[in-house]
Design a protein around this ligand. Sequence first.
Ligand code: SER
Length: 316
Amino acid sequence: MKKVLVTGCLGQIGSELVMRLRKDNGMDSVIATDIRKVEGNPVVEEGIFEVLDVLDADKMLDLAKKYEVDTIVHLASLLSSVAEEKPQVAWHINMTGLVNALEVARELNLKFFTPSSIGCFGKGTPADNTPQDTIQRPSTMYGVTKVSGELLCDYYYTKYGVDTRGVRFPGLISYETLPGGGTTDYAVEIYYKAIEKGHYTSPIGKGTYMDMMYMPDAIDAIVKLMNADPEKLVHRNAFNISGMSFEPEEIKASIQKYMPDFDMDYDVSEKLQGIANSWPNSLDTTCAQEEWGFAPQYDLDAMTKDMLDKLGKKLG
Ligand code: SER
């Protein structure tokens, strides 16, 4: 991963991955791209940035050639809740964008990373300690695109020898850039509302467990997997990973350790709750640990402490 083209760079993951790769490998080591250009954003201003719609296959190929990249990290995609609002658009963006990126990787012999998600699971999947290899019958369009993406990446690996790698991200929690349109977004919003209002109304019901991870661990996981010895990888697309699993009462209790006056009530969203109910409670991450040394650092309380500290400064 010496020179990387990243799609969807102004999203929640991209905005932090780009800064990390520039810091580790040099300012010119990343070609940051997104469908829009946001003036003043450090991802746009501080290094190489190009406007790229991932549906424009020709431009993606041209950029990869122009900058002589060796890796593509393909992040552009619609998340679960918004994908349920416009399933046909989600299929088009998530799948055509992925095919375009895989084709560039095939043609130029590039390494390839794209995330899957806990959304790739569904009916019939064991909900607790969900195994790496198990039933994947998602009920959301987001999940359908994620399972299809996993299969397609494996296909490009076995058929064409493209070095494809991926992880199933859980809900990602961060203070730099908001997620948009996901089912796990509540676990980010709750920290903003704790600081702004001292109160949060959860759209996810009491007792609903989902896997989560703090962004520094997610970025580390991408870098570690991309640097892993291919000989050791039994799996490729995509590894179960997770930093923690909690339900709304537990994240509330964690915030109350640092902000005793914080309180929370519920106004459960039928749509989000339906999606959350179809996802696992907790993933088994053994394969990721054994095959490439996955080792997250943050548990719930360590994350809460850091989030409240960083967001407190950010929001003044
Ligand atoms: N965070 C994502 C979502 O909620 C799951 O991968 O859609």
